[in-house]
Design a protein around this ligand. Structure first.
Ligand SMILES: Nc1nc2c(ncn2[C@@H]2O[C@H](COP(=O)(O)OP(=O)(O)O)[C@@H](O)[C@H]2O)c(=O)[nH]1
Ligand SMILES: [Mg+2]
Length: 489
């Protein structure tokens, strides 16, 4: 494929930006850390806990520059990019700590700047600027669209929607789709109805019981400020195998909007934000996927492969002319590990390692360092041994949220309960098996499912050695050490 003029312009723009960033970096060392993950993976909680810990004396024994006292101070600084919303740290902290509620869900990109004063091991004083960028992982799944025509995308999406549990979820949309003739005159009402039904289908795939992950176009579920615009009002059509879209047809209208989506949504995101990151953490809610069953886990595997593909675009591909990622470190983190007894944490890491294995093998040649960790940015539980007959079960204690109803139990949101969530299998393959070895919520009633996760409220605060209140966590310090330890040498 020949380079398009717009790609050449974009290339020039990117180089200019890279040069600016580089010059800046010579005088002020800085890191742009991307925090991504699919919706509900735990991005907001992760960033809030990270900033609270660094600025308010959290306990991070494995984060070397912090544990050895070389970090003198970390403070928030004004948000640097005028066109990006600020990450609403203060609001999220208040929600977590004062109300013991989880932050409300966010659907857009946001950013925050932290300035860290530290001492090098040789004694010299330095300052590191850490820009943290929170963006939906769904947006990364749009990258392959840049290389795909409307017709290709339409055929693939339709084929996918006819497979497995997706087919029944897509039934209402398919019914409307069968009334549409691609060659007929364009029709706004038909397009709107179709887009609504298509989006409903994507949303129900996302539902807790199914927990599907691979659902492009990303903005349909995460529209940010584009909700309702024509660039988001297109859908797949049942197209003939041959031929092109007649002028003025519904088909042509869909092509136009699909291309607009790529131009006004997908390209600018990769150019203005993604291409400028130099470290990346990908948060993964693997527990929700187990909870749903093997279909969801396979779906998650494909979505993570899609996400990792974005990091491995080499110089040789057409896409690398649109953006050239310069990410040196990627951390995959399974979140919410506090739902498991610590004896299962290593198993959770093993499952995540298995889930990203194929993708990692392909990514390795890019030279980026990759690590995998199971963590809880905010630990909502404690551990206990609960006696059941002669057995002692490794259990967890926490305060379930008031709305949660499991097995007909009714929680008041105040009382602590002990639960035995279930052990993760020693061999991660068991979770991926198709032999009914494992039952998730999509195939079994809640009381028969093999795992049971309650939604716990955030914890009461603990106090640090100096008496300051800190948020408990699991392995957040290991994540920090991998992502930033070398930058503070
Ligand atoms: N127990 C526990 N729950 C968490 C943790 N992080 C996230 N969650 C849960 O996951 C939900 C989604 O987290 P959030 O950070 O809003 O996800 P985002 O959509 O990726 O920003 C929260 O409302 C919590 O219920 C954690 O560290 N521990
Ligand atoms: Mg969020």
């Amino acid at each position: 494929m020949a380079l398009r003029f717009s790609d050449i312009v974009e290339e020039a723009r990117l180089s200019a930006q890279a040069l600016l960033d580089y010059g800046d970096n010579l005088f002020h060392p800085s890191v742009r850390l991307g925090v991504t993950g699919l919706s509900r993976a735990g991005k907001t909680v992760f960033i809030t806990a990270l900033i609270h810990g660094l600025t308010r004396g959290g306990r991070f024994p494995v984060f070397e520059p912090y544990a050895t006292g070389r970090i003198a101070r970390a403070r928030l600084a004004p948000q640097p990019d005028d066109a990006v919303p600020r990450f609403d740290y203060e609001h999220h902290v208040r929600t977590l700590i004062e109300h013991r509620q989880w932050p409300t869900s966010t659907v857009d990109i946001s950013e925050l700047r932290l300035v860290i004063d530290y001492q090098r091991p040789n004694g010299a004083d330095r300052t590191l600027t850490l820009d943290i960028i929170d963006y939906p992982g769904e947006w990364l799944l749009d990258l392959p669209l840049l290389n795909k025509s409307y017709e290709e995308w339409s055929r693939e999406s339709l084929a996918l929607s006819r497979q497995g549990p997706r087919a029944s979820l897509a039934a209402p949309w398919h019914a409307q789709l069968s009334t549409l003739k691609p060659q007929e005159r364009e029709n706004e009402q038909a397009a709107l109805t179709s887009a609504r039904l298509f989006t409903d289908y994507l949303r129900s795939c996302r539902d807790e019981r199914f927990a599907m992950s691979l659902l492009p176009p990303g903005r349909f579920l995460m529209p940010g400020n584009l909700a309702g615009s024509p660039a988001l009002t297109f859908t797949p059509l049942d197209l003939p195998d041959e031929g092109a879209a007649p002028e003025g047809s519904l088909w042509a209208m869909m092509v136009r909007r699909y291309e607009a989506y790529k131009d006004v949504v997908v390209r600018p995101f990769f150019r203005d934000h993604f291409a400028r990151l130099d470290r990346q953490v990908v948060l993964v809610d693997a527990l929700s996927a187990f909870n749903a069953g093997p279909e969801a886990l396979h779906d998650l595997e494909a979505a993570l492969a899609g996400i990792l593909d974005c990091f491995r675009i080499g110089r040789s591909t057409l896409l690398s002319n649109v953006f050239r990622p310069r990410i040196h470190k990627i951390l995959f983190a399974a979140t919410k590990a506090d739902h498991l007894h610590h004896s299962s944490h290593d198993r959770l890491e093993a499952v995540l390692r298995r889930t990203v294995a194929k993708a990692v093998a392909r990514a390795e040649y890019t030279g980026a360092d990759i690590d995998i960790v199971a963590l809880a940015a905010v630990r909502a539980t404690r551990e206990a041994q609960v006696r059941q007959g002669r057995e002692k079960l490794p259990s967890i204690l926490g305060t379930p949220a008031a709305t949660d109803m499991t097995n007909g139990e009714n929680f008041d949101g105040e009382t602590e309960v002990a639960t035995f969530p279930g052990d993760l299998p020693d061999n991660p393959e068991a979770l991926f098996g198709n032999d009914d070895a494992f039952r998730g919520l999509s195939s079994a009633a809640a009381e028969n499912a093999d795992f049971r996760f309650l939604r716990f409220r955030p914890p009461k605060l603990e106090s640090s050695a100096t008496g300051a209140p800190v948020l408990p966590h699991i392995r957040l310090d290991r994540a920090l050490q991998f992502l930033m330890g070398d930058k503070l040498q």
